[in-house]
Design a protein around this ligand. Sequence first.
Ligand code: ZN
Length: 50
Amino acid sequence: MGKFPIADLELSKIKICKKCKARNSAKSTMCRKCGYKFLRLKNKEPKAKK
Ligand SMILES: [Zn+2]
C-alpha cells in the first residue's frame, strides 16, 4: 500500500547499466554494481510498440 509519486519521477532519472542492467542514479558515471562505464538513461517511451 505504499504509493510514492516521487518514485515515478525518480524512475526517469536513473541509468541502466548496459552490462548488468543494474539501476544507477542519473548522476552516476559508472555502475555501482559492476563498475561498467556505459550506462544508458532509462527513459519512458510514450509509444510502446509491441
Ligand atoms: Zn553494471
